[in-house]
Structures are given as structure tokens and as C-alpha cells.
Design a protein around this ligand. Structure first.
Ligand code: ADP
Ligand code: MG
Length: 206
């Protein structure tokens, strides 16, 4: 049976779609991966349409509403990993995606509004008895923001991944070509950060 990673966070622009695409593509070289886009904005669907035929194969699906649970079951039966990208609000679809997850990944930029918004997703995951973790995304390379935010989140008792993702232009340029940073620039810092994130994610899921 497949592992399901749901990327969720009720605030827009925190990096859900970017991380969903990059995680899926990086895993697709060694595993059977499916992506499920339940965000009506469908930016991940656009990414998939741009994905070169030669790139590692990912099964793609973009259902919504009552079809989410059935589609998830169908994808789980024939894949090792299913990654779900969810909308920037908590609705029934997002709830179903969290319910179906082995792990809920909540990207936050190191800013107070992102962290406040993450609380709603954390509560929902707790209500559904699902493991959830925050991950710092778009961390600026200079300054103490990362340390300050990490200390604050830890003090608040929030689950936080050790791996962080920096603010790297490579994510936007890879996305525009339907690719992941591990595909466009495998030796880049962005790719290294992504691989570290994946290793930690897989360890958390067990
Ligand atoms: N680590 C990163 N470094 C640089 N830009 C990023 C990073 N993560 C996301 N972005 C950019 O931030 C914007 C919002 O990301 P997106 O994944 O669409 O967020 P969401 O799906 O949560 O709304 C996009 O323009 C994306 O390219
Ligand atoms: Mg999105």
C-alpha cells in the first residue's frame, strides 16, 4: 500500500505546489509516484502539462469533491507514494486529503502570518489523528531568521523538520519547465536541500 504525503496549509504562496512537484519528481526516479492535485487553481496541473516526456514518470490526477477519496484509493493501489497538493483553505477536499495522509507536510515561510495560518492545519491533522510537521521554506540565506523562527516554533511545541529549504530561484525556473530542481540542477544547493528533506520525510513515515 502506498504512502500518502499531503502538502497542506491554508495560506497561499507558502510553497505547497512547489514542494509537492519537487518531492514527487525527486522520488519518481526510484519509486512509483502519483500526484493528486485537488487545488481548483490547478497550478500543479499546469506543471504536469509542461513536464517533458523524457522526465521520470509521474501518474497525474486532478479530481475534486466527492471523487477525492475514491481516486486516492485507486492511486494507492498501484503506486508506492502519492503526493497530494491542496488548496489554500480548509474545505471538505482538504479535509479528505488530510484524512487520507500518512504525513501532512505544512510549508511555512519564516514569517508570523505563515506560522499563524499553519495552526489551523495542525489542528485539523490532530483532529484526524494524522502525523503533521511544519517545514521552513524560502528561508533567506543571510540573517538570523532561520534560527529565530526555529527557536520560537520549538518553544511553542510545534513539530518542525530539521531540513529547511532556502529562497532559491531554481525552484521557479524548474517549475516553469515542468521539472524539479533535482532534475534541472542536481548539484545545486536547492537540490541538496530537497534531498535532505526527502530523507527526513521518509524516515518520519518509517
Ligand atoms: N524555496 C523557494 N525558493 C524560491 N521561491 C519559491 C520557493 N518555494 C516557493 N517559491 C515560489 O513562491 C511562489 C508560491 O509558491 P507555491 O508553491 O505556488 O505556493 P502555494 O502552492 O502554497 O500557493 C511561487 O512563485 C514559487 O515559485
Ligand atoms: Mg498551490
Amino acid at each position: 500500500m502506498a504512502i500518502v504525503i499531503t502538502v497542506a496549509q491554508q495560506k497561499g504562496g507558502t510553497g505547497k505546489t512547489t514542494l509537492a512537484a519537487n518531492i514527487a519528481a525527486a522520488l519518481a526516479t526510484s519509486r512509483r509516484v502519483a500526484l493528486l492535485d485537488i487545488d481548483p487553481q490547478h497550478s500543479l496541473t499546469r506543471w504536469n502539462e509542461l513536464r517533458p516526456k523524457t522526465a521520470a514518470k509521474i501518474t497525474f490526477s486532478d479530481v475534486s469533491g466527492w471523487r477525492v477519496t475514491g481516486e486516492l484509493d485507486r492511486l494507492k493501489a498501484t503506486h508506492d507514494i502519492v503526493v497530494i497538493d491542496s488548496p489554500p483553505h480548509i474545505d471538505t477536499d482538504a479535509r479528505l486529503a488530510i484524512r487520507g495522509a500518512n504525513l501532512v507536510l505544512i510549508p511555512v515561510q519564516p514569517s508570523a502570518p505563515d506560522i499563524w495560518a499553519a495552526d489551523g492545519t495542525l489542528k485539523l491533522a490532530a483532529a484526524e489523528k494524522r502525523k503533521a510537521t511544519l517545514v521552513l521554506n524560502r528561508v533567506p540565506s543571510s540573517g538570523k531568521l532561520r534560527e529565530t523562527m526555529t527557536a520560537q516554533l520549538k518553544a511553542d511545541g510545534k513539530p518542525l523538520m530539521t531540513a529547511t529549504i532556502g529562497n532559491r530561484t531554481g525552484f521557479a525556473s524548474a517549475f516553469a519547465d515542468g521539472l524539479a530542481v533535482t532534475e534541472t540542477a542536481p548539484r545545486s544547493i536547492a537540490a541538496n536541500e530537497l534531498r535532505a528533506l526527502l530523507a527526513e520525510l521518509l524516515e518520519m513515515i518509517g
